[in-house]
Design a protein around this ligand. Structure first.
Ligand code: FES
Length: 186
């Protein structure tokens, strides 16, 4: 693992974050709307706990940047919240809803844990990867669909097999219903 040359002097963040770090790139500028969202989140926490708004900040910044974070954006969040940059990298590389590299417009995660596996999840994964022509972790060439990951149990076992598309659950899936859902994504 490489150590990023961040201004905090801390130790290395996740490899994916380091790999995308443009050397000497200045922090990005947060949009007025992003600052509004962060300021609103900050009202929920004590004044000396600004770091508590980091997840809300990263979610908004990611949303405004086509679904992924860059190091200059994370640096801007760190500076705005008065946090060490390395601490923001750690948050971004820990939570699965945050992306640190470009990905597709729609995030698709198929659950392959026990209940879903017993109800055909592996066949669904095989069907989807073949139909889209990509593997898990890849994005379709048109940038439409990102097969994010084979998800661990998403707590919807009674609807197995299931998948999550842009944080919406779809249950009792068949290859045909999956095709209809994916075909409906713009
Ligand atoms: S095993 Fe898939 S939702 Fe629980």
């Amino acid at each position: 693992m490489t150590t990023p040359a961040d201004s905090s002097g801390g130790q290395g963040a996740g490899t994916n974050v380091v790999a995308m770090r443009p050397e000497q790139a200045p922090p990005a500028e947060l949009s007025a709307h992003a600052r509004e969202v962060i300021d609103e989140a900050l009202t929920h926490y004590p004044e000396d706990q600004r770091q508590s708004a980091v997840l809300a900040a990263l979610r908004e910044v990611q949303h405004e940047n086509q679904g992924f974070l860059t190091v200059p954006l994370m640096d801007a969040v760190a500076d705005y919240l008065g946090m060490a940059r390395i601490a923001v990298y750690e948050v971004a590389s820990f939570y699965s809803m945050l992306e640190t590299s470009p990905c597709g417009r729609h995030s698709v995660s198929i659950c392959t844990n026990v209940s879903c596996m017993l109800r055909g999840a592996d066949e669904l994964v095989a069907h989807v990867t073949e139909r889209l022509g990509i593997q898990i972790g890849e994005t379709t060439p048109d940038g439409r669909i990102y097969l994010k990951r084979e998800e661990e149990c998403l707590a919807a076992c009674c609807g197995a097999p299931m998948m999550m598309v842009d944080h919406v659950y779809y249950e009792d899936l068949t290859p045909e219903s999956v095709d209809a859902i994916l075909d409906g994504l713009e």
